[in-house]
Design a protein around this ligand. Structure first.
Ligand code: PA5
Length: 476
């Protein structure tokens, strides 16, 4: 099956970019960093003691796709993947709407999957057009008095009963609550509020309530205890050794993906294919290592510490936001780490484009391009009213216009010595997305080892939580 392709040629520019020899000279350091990342994975898997310098070591995401696939092939029904698929089907057959609660790594991946793989108006489609899958709403990723009440309005409006006293399936709803620690305030508060709503919607029936709540959490903690008290029949574990932002291919991302009707086995197969490529391809032919090398060298040699992920088409915006978190939270430590910035083009050519073309030379622009549209190209069309002068383009299609926009923008950047690189996705499906997620997680781990920053853990996030809690409890 086809792999995504990284093309750094737009970054090979004398004076403002890199030389091919730069990439060759960094190759030994990159292979050493790859070896270290793979050794980290072995160390984590062996269960041996982790040296203090390496702690925390959340390298469990690396071999996870192969591990889940192996278990699924050995026992399709009882494996974790099989149970995720079964729970998603149970919910899809019993409710029309699911609220997914979570924040950060417990939220971004599911949203990325929905936006990338599902219909652009997924929630607005009728149930048949969603192939019987539920509408998906995200909450618990903010503190938003209006937002939460707006969702409650929506859920209540649909919770009517029919004349015979039964509730229509499209009106019934459920909660998937995702929190590894089980103690994140934003998610915990939203869960408490929505659980009270759901209890009412279930007519105070404890069994119906328990069946409509699916927790995804660590092996212990407040959410674990709460879901045990509720008696939830299905609960999924986020394994130790997989950090939040590295958890998209655990039940954190897989359960919402299965709810949307996505093929989660294909997601895992794509990730496993990327692992194989990462392990075996040499620098110069290895997408993970080459992507890491260009970002690192542009920062080190050219001071380009802003990494713009230029997504072409809005379906990839949330993938970009997922990556923003991954890079920022993993490497933004010890006053180091590049700053990620996701843009959606051509939309943002009309907002940020000016700065990217003529502003400071502190950016590397990586285009994220889908090579083949999954729907037939939509033509501009001929019109008798040619006041817009578009009849000259009547034979062109939206993909033609996008291709011209990408080429034209890259050309304009090159003419001004602005380095770019292209990441080509052959298609936008589960298999390719699995590759992309795994590639970006591996690249982040490799870069951390390359610059001697532990990519795992996020000690800086604790500071705001401490102060927020102290203010809430009147201690500050
Ligand atoms: O990457 C991370 O670890 C974080 O972004 C977490 O995912 C986020 O803080 C949510 O944590 P939890 O899943 O414990 O609620």
């Amino acid at each position: 099956m086809e792999l995504l392709r990284y093309d750094p040629s737009g970054a090979l520019i004398d004076e403002t970019g890199l030389a091919a020899s730069d990439l060759e000279s960094v190759a030994p350091r990159l292979t050493a960093a790859r070896d270290e990342v793979l050794a980290d994975a072995q160390l984590w898997q062996s269960g041996s003691e982790v040296p203090e310098k390496k702690q925390p070591l959340d390298a469990g995401f690396i071999h996870l796709p192969e591990r889940l696939l192996k278990a699924f092939r050995a026992d399709p029904a009882d494996s974790e993947v099989g149970q995720i698929i079964a729970t998603a089907s149970r919910l899809a057959n019993s409710v029309g709407r699911v609220v997914v609660l979570g924040i950060g790594g417990s939220y971004m991946g599911a949203r990325a999957l929905l936006e990338a793989c599902c219909h652009p108006y997924y929630n607005q489609l009728d149930r048949d057009m969603r192939h019987g899958r539920p509408q998906i709403f995200f909450e618990g990723h903010n503190v938003d008095n209006n937002g939460t009440q707006g969702l409650i309005d929506l859920l209540r409006a649909g919770s009517g009963t029919t004349k015979s006293g039964t509730t229509e399936i499209s009106d019934r709803w459920a909660i998937v609550v995702i929190s590894k620690s089980g103690a994140t305030l934003e998610t915990a508060v939203a869960f408490r509020q929505l659980l009270a709503e759901l209890r009412t919607a279930c007519g105070d029936d404890p069994q119906a309530l328990a069946e409509r709540v699916v927790p995804v959490t660590g092996p212990a903690g407040r959410l674990f205890d709460l879901s045990a008290a509720l008696g939830c029949p299905d609960r999924f574990n986020i394994p130790d050794g997989v950090g939040g932002r590295f958890s998209i291919l655990t039940s954190v991302g897989l359960l919402p993906a299965a709810l949307m009707g996505l093929d989660i086995v294909k997601l895992l197969e794509g990730a496993a294919a990327m692992n194989e490529h990462f392990r075996t391809a040499p620098p110069g032919e290895n997408g993970v290592l080459d992507f890491t090398a260009v970002g690192h060298l542009m920062e080190e040699r050219r001071g380009a510490n802003i990494r713009v992920l230029s997504t072409w088409g809005r379906r990839l915006e949330a993938v970009g936001l997922w990556y923003d978190q991954l890079l920022a939270e993993s490497l933004g430590k010890q006053q180091r780490g590049a700053t990620p910035l996701t843009v959606v083009n051509t939309r943002d050519l009309h907002s940020r484009g000016q700065q990217h073309q003529e502003g400071r030379r502190d950016k590397l622009i990586t285009n994220l391009i889908v090579d083949h549209a999954d729907r037939p190209p939509l033509g501009v069309g001929h019109s008798q009213l040619d006041h817009d002068q578009l009849n000259a383009l009547s034979e062109k299609t939206l993909p033609d216009i996008l291709t011209a926009a990408i080429a034209g923008t890259n050309r304009a950047y090159r003419d001004d010595g602005r380095p770019t690189a292209d990441l080509h996705l052959p298609r936008l499906d589960e298999y390719v997305l699995g590759q992309l997620f795994q590639m970006l997680m591996l690249a982040t781990a490799v870069e951390g080892r390359l610059i001697d920053v532990n990519p795992y853990g996020q000690p800086g996030v604790e500071a705001y939580k401490r102060h927020m809690n102290a203010y809430l409890r009147g201690e500050e």
